[in-house]
Design a binder for this molecule. Sequence first.
Ligand SMILES: Nc1ncnc2c1ncn2[C@@H]1O[C@H](COP(=O)(O)OP(=O)(O)OP(=O)(O)O)[C@@H](O)[C@H]1O
Length: 368
Amino acid sequence: MPLKRLSVTGVRNLQPVTLHPSPRINLIHGANGSGKTSLLEAIHLLGLARSFRSTRLQPVIRYGEQACTVFGEIAQRSGVTNSVGITRSKEADYQIRMDGQKVRSLAELAAALPLQLINPDSFRLLEGAPKQRRQYLDWGVFHVEHQFLPAWQRLQKSLKQRNSLLRRGRIQRSMLQPWEIELVAAGEQLDAFRQAYLQQLKPVFEDILAQLVPLEDLTLSYYRGWDREKPLAQVLDEQFERDTQLGYTQAGAQRADLRLRYRGMNAVDVLSRGQQKLVVCALKIAQGYLMKQHGAQQDCVFLVDDLPSELDEHHRRALCSLLENLECQVFISCVELATLRECWKTDTPVSMFHVEHGHIVQTEDVWE
Ligand SMILES: Nc1ncnc2c1ncn2[C@@H]1O[C@H](COP(=O)(O)OP(=O)(O)OP(=O)(O)O)[C@@H](O)[C@H]1O
């Protein structure tokens, strides 16, 4: 049971509130503009110290308030409960505390409350820049491979140094070597982690996708960021002149990508929006299953904003059933509660929260 208790103060239009969510399904319903997404945003803030709607935290703070605070009690799989609080004031950067101690690394926070967001912007995973698919992939690797973070940090550092030397221009090839040794070692390690992860993810993804939508010809493949046939050191050597002209490193693990193709074409060019949404959902749910299989420190919490939109009843039910079978905590927002009616087994604990002008009230079962 991940989020046992959630307190939110000063977030968007929400009135200060404390909730005791269900360990499984939580339905957040209310009219447009009532504050449903803001509640999901508050949970996102707790797990990642940032919003999914705006790059800055300032707009999240309620008009006229000086700060916003989200506090949560998070039950770990081990049975330990962590108290996590995040405050962001208008003047200062955010402050995060876990069990009374200042948290310095966001990785610590992310490990305590792994979040998967499915919202209308999730389509961008297919149509957007490679960075988003790389982030998706690395989210999964981070949660199952403890050596991922140090390797990733090593890559970022060596890449930054190499690029800053490249930008100087007129440099000796030998000046780059110490950083290239690092870049190659970290890049190859990341590549190995990503490949191993993808090998496990693929069958799970295919199985989940088949339960959602019949797209047997959809393929998921991985591009490691440089020529498959050549070692990275050789590619860096060959591309040195061009890298110098461009002022950055073209090849390496920082360019890795996932490719989704349908019948030989880019999936995004041929699939309908509803199908794309289902593919993205399958990708994200597959990561939740994989985390469970790996016995990660914590199960993943799903935040699903406006689930019913663009999905017909059949696909909506299929998606709810997959989320339910995952046995994770899920927060789903919707305008009409009726659209998610009868989607759940009778023994699944479902809690409902009605949001009206920023007031959140837990409602009783309305199914009868
Ligand atoms: N900083 C802020 N302070 C107060 N209110 C805000 C702030 N930022 C946004 N709002 C308002 O908060 C309200 C809630 O927005 P939110 O996106 O959470 O609604 P929603 O219930 O998800 O709506 P929809 O169904 O249309 O997606 C909106 O009316 C918005 O204008």
